[in-house]
Design a protein around this ligand. Sequence first.
Ligand SMILES: NC(=O)c1ccc[n+]([C@@H]2O[C@H](COP(=O)([O-])OP(=O)(O)OC[C@H]3O[C@@H](n4cnc5c(N)ncnc54)[C@H](OP(=O)(O)O)[C@@H]3O)[C@@H](O)[C@H]2O)c1
Length: 253
Amino acid sequence: MIYEDLKSRKVLITGASSGIGSATAVMFSDQGCFVGVHYFRTKEGAEQTLEQVKKSSDGLLLQADIRDEKQVHKMVEQFAKEAGGIDVLVNNAGSLIDRQPFETATVRYHDDVYATNVRSILLATRAALPYLKESRGNIVNIGSVAGHHGGGVGSGIYAGAKAAVATETIAMAMEFAPYGIRVNSVLPGFIETRFHERFSSAQRRKEVAERTPLGRNGTAEDVAKAVLFLASDAAGFITGEYIAVNGGLYMRA
Ligand SMILES: NC(=O)c1ccc[n+]([C@@H]2O[C@H](COP(=O)([O-])OP(=O)(O)OC[C@H]3O[C@@H](n4cnc5c(N)ncnc54)[C@H](OP(=O)(O)O)[C@@H]3O)[C@@H](O)[C@H]2O)c1
């Protein structure tokens, strides 16, 4: 699918060294976008993403701990300067970090989950806002269906953080609408990336695929397609909305 309006857009994607962020970066480059490939620890993965991006367009490597205000501000400024502005911000960086049930979770773990998944969005969005105002651009936040159903064992705190992402997406959509900036979210279900290689057993991955109505777990590309749609003019009158990408695993009326 080609979205003509996306050609030459300047797109900054956080957490593009792996999984969903990487696939999204490559898909935006296929549309002719200039792509900011942000990473934190996985430099090699980010370099591989950029190599893919450069096959059809151009882009830039950017490093920052997404929890740190100064680093994020510097990273966003660097992208805006080199790209000549920002049209789309994809707030994708995030992690479960660990599985810790409420009964035994440490306060440090709780705060780190919220810093990684929620504070990160505040920091990147606020740094990008002057540029998005100028371009009347848009934001896509990556939440999770866990924010709807509460997550599995040991992922309840992460689920709470992703619920905050969903709610803040609506609040941001209200606040930024006067600037002509749309804000939407994509809620992935069970997507086969490094995330589940780290946090789910092979048996669990197989079991989830079997009970998913569409008969498989998702791919990073499944999620990227929804991000592109929301970022494009095809979604020009859509704001404060979400698209759940989960093969029918969790349906809501
Ligand atoms: N996979 C799923 O089933 C699923 C389901 C629902 C929601 N999600 C959400 O989708 C997003 C992408 O996940 P994924 O599955 O693609 O996982 P992934 O392959 O593990 O990628 C996570 C990305 O986030 C970055 N990141 C994590 N902590 C960071 C920090 N402190 N500072 C900067 N970057 C940081 C990582 O950067 P480095 O590796 O460079 O450090 C990496 O690029 C996350 O927000 C996740 O919560 C995933």
